[in-house]
Design a protein around this ligand. Structure first.
Ligand code: ZN
Length: 266
């Protein structure tokens, strides 16, 4: 979400979420800090909004190539996620439900949800025109969206925001009573992050600003007004190689795979 902050990067001496001073450098190149109080990992200094605008505007001139910024979820994977989401919600279809995808990227999740019956709306700050070219109702900003939703999905978006805790509050307001939010983001306590440290691929990406630990994300969701929060541990096959499938299933079961997934209910 576009938010004006100072044009010069500024070093933070405290956690941008919980304001604790118990923060220390954890990864280098670029520098990331860790808050012992709430478990947030954050870029320090964070890139300015101007730097991010430049990054995204340039990526969206070639959306199929720059998927770190324009959305890396393939349609095949989006279909798997949409089906898992149905199951997690105890539903047989999304028929009659109005669902918002915040950070809809190139629209693959919108398509997968639509195939299962949902009426879909996408918000993509830099890719609104692209979404419209795919035939979707698209907006640049959450503030432009009209009406309320039965469900909201936001996949690999939280890590791109300066203050996702504020955005989660806005998303909560956009939900109908008893509506649900599905949020997925990179897992800084995953095996990949722990083994690779500063070289963790996700920490190197220019657009990534924060990674909440599971306890941070739970706290953010509860403070944003969600009444019930549930971590989802989905077993998802990303590879064809049987050894990698088994390794990945093991990590997913233990919750140390690359993705944190949560459902929050209003
Ligand atoms: Zn904190």
């Amino acid at each position: 979400m576009r938010r004006r902050i100072d044009d010069m990067p500024e070093n933070l001496n405290s956690c941008p979420f919980c304001h604790s001073n118990s923060v220390h450098r954890i990864w280098d190149g670029p520098r990331w800090d860790y808050c012992q109080e709430c478990g947030l990992y954050f870029r320090n200094p964070m890139p300015t909004q101007q730097e991010l605008d430049t990054l995204y505007e340039s990526s969206w001139t070639d959306p199929e190539q720059c998927t770190s910024e324009t959305g890396g979820t393939s349609l095949a994977l989006a279909r798997v996620y949409a089906n898992r989401l149905l199951r997690a919600l105890g539903l047989s279809s999304f028929q009659g439900l109005r669902i918002l995808d915040f950070g809809a990227g190139r629209g693959n999740m919108l398509k997968a949800l639509q195939e299962l019956g949902a009426e879909v709306v996408g918000v993509e700050t830099y890719g609104k025109v692209y979404l419209e070219s795919q035939g979707f109702e698209g907006y640049e900003q959450l503030s432009e969206v009209v009406g309320r939703f039965d469900g909201i999905v936001t996949i690999d978006v939280v890590e791109h925001l300066h203050s996702p805790w504020d955005t989660l509050k806005t998303l909560n307001v956009l939900l109908k009573e008893k509506g649900w939010l599905y949020v997925a983001t990179g897992n800084p306590l995953g095996l990949n992050a722990r083994v690779n440290g500063s070289n963790w691929r996700e920490a190197k990406k220019a657009g990534h600003l924060v990674f909440p630990s599971p306890r941070t994300l739970e706290k953010m969701l509860l403070e944003a007004g969600f009444l019930k929060v549930e971590r989802l541990k989905w077993l998802i096959r990303f590879h064809r190689n049987p050894v990698r499938i088994i390794l990945n299933y093991g990590m997913q079961m233990l919750g140390v795979d690359g993705e944190l997934r949560y459902l929050g209910w209003k």
